[in-house]
Design a protein around this ligand. Structure first.
Ligand code: FES
Length: 61
């Protein structure tokens, strides 16, 4: 499933970027050799980053 239609960034690309240390949408774009264009995907990227942060928090408890 595509998260960013402008750059062809898929959900798995975002998850790989997060696993590699991305903590902000800008980091995800950089990891995918792209940059924000319309920025409609930024909210979805933030949700994925928040979900990952929460998962790590629960895992640490
Ligand atoms: S959908 Fe990601 S920059 Fe447009």
């Amino acid at each position: 499933m595509y998260v960013c239609n402008c750059n062809g960034i898929r959900e798995r690309d975002v998850r790989h970027a997060i696993a590699a240390g991305a903590t902000r949408p800008a980091h995800v774009f950089k990891a995918c050799d792209s940059q924000a264009q319309c920025a409609r995907c930024v909210c979805d990227m933030r949700k994925m980053l928040d979900e990952e942060r929460q998962a790590l928090r629960f895992a640490a408890e």
